[in-house]
Design a binder for this molecule. Structure first.
Ligand code: YH5
Length: 273
């Protein structure tokens, strides 16, 4: 099975690792544009050296309760990084944004894929992807990032997420985005309680059964915390377990912070597949 994204064809016969590149002002830098861009580029090159198959570049946090950034702010963060990376590296570059204008300019700057937590529901987003050759990831989210974790509610989380993904897949196909360009994603942590996230992971095969490749993002998420109140850096072993379990249940792309450890863990699975 192959996945078409821009000028690249990804081989999905073995699980692929998507490395997360956050382009947000760092506490170690002065917060200026130059150092923000350069720290992100340095991090991206490290992830490539560790074996990342794709890079996901994002300029706005979609964590629960995160402050939204303006369009101009987001563009000034991500565009220089995408321009540089698309010239420097030989892996697909994904733009993590739900804003059509960010998608459009990112594609012009060399992005090969759109990772959209709103599944192309913003006005104009479908046309921008359809009128290009980039890949797309359609993710499920209940509510909006600022309030989604207050009271997530489903009668059956697995069937409701599945129905949403099937519906967005049909809409994307009807707009002329071909099957080989579309990934689906249950959106772990996006408007889901811990029990609902666990149910989705346990029943992930039901989403694999849709027949489109799945992208899964569980890396460092709070659903994995064993001790209440623990910080992100303590979630590596649980993140590795989640990536391997997801891949065993059919996920084709794992979106992770810790690329080296994930690649090494997945190589054991690849060896027996
Ligand atoms: C995803 O699942 N997630 S941003 C909270 C954390 C750690 C990490 C409390 N973008 C996904 O990474 N795109 C994000 O600790 C995504 N799928 C896709 N397609 C949230 C995130 C995070 C949140």
């Amino acid at each position: 099975m192959n996945y078409q994204c821009g000028k690249y064809q990804l081989n999905l016969n073995r699980p692929q690792v998507m490395g997360i590149v956050n382009v947000t002002p760092d506490s170690f830098s002065d917060g200026g544009q130059f150092s923000t861009t350069n720290l992100a580029l340095e991090h991206a090159l490290k992830l490539i050296a560790e074996g990342a198959d794709i890079l996901d570049v994002g300029g706005e946090s979609t964590r629960p309760g995160a402050v939204p950034v303006s369009l101009d702010q987001e563009l000034s963060r991500v565009i220089p990084v995408i321009e540089a990376l698309s010239q420097l590296v030989m892996v697909p570059i994904s733009i993590d944004s739900y804003k059509p204008e960010v998608m459009r300019l990112a594609i012009a700057a060399g992005a090969d894929m759109v990772n959209d937590v709103r599944a192309l529901q913003e006005q104009g987003a479908l046309d921008i992807v359809a009128n290009s050759n980039v890949g797309v990831c359609l993710m499920h989210m209940q509510g909006k990032p600022d309030t989604m974790q207050i009271a997530p509610s489903y009668s059956n989380v697995v069937s409701e997420v599945k129905q949403f993904l099937v519906d967005r897949l049909s809409v994307a196909l009807a707009h002329g985005i071909t099957k080989n360009r579309i990934l689906l994603d249950p959106g772990f942590g996006f408007g889901k309680t811990r029990a609902q996230n666990i149910a989705l992971l346990k029943e992930l095969e039901q989403l694999t059964a849709i027949g489109q490749p799945l992208l899964v993002g569980l890396s460092r998420k709070s659903v994995l915390s064993v001790i209440s109140g623990d910080d992100d850096s303590q979630r590596l072993p649980a993140s590795i377990a989640a990536a391997v379990i997801s891949a065993m249940k059919g996920a084709k792309i794992l979106r992770v912070h810790d690329v080296k450890a994930t690649v090494e863990a997945l190589s054991v699975l690849t060896a027996i597949q």
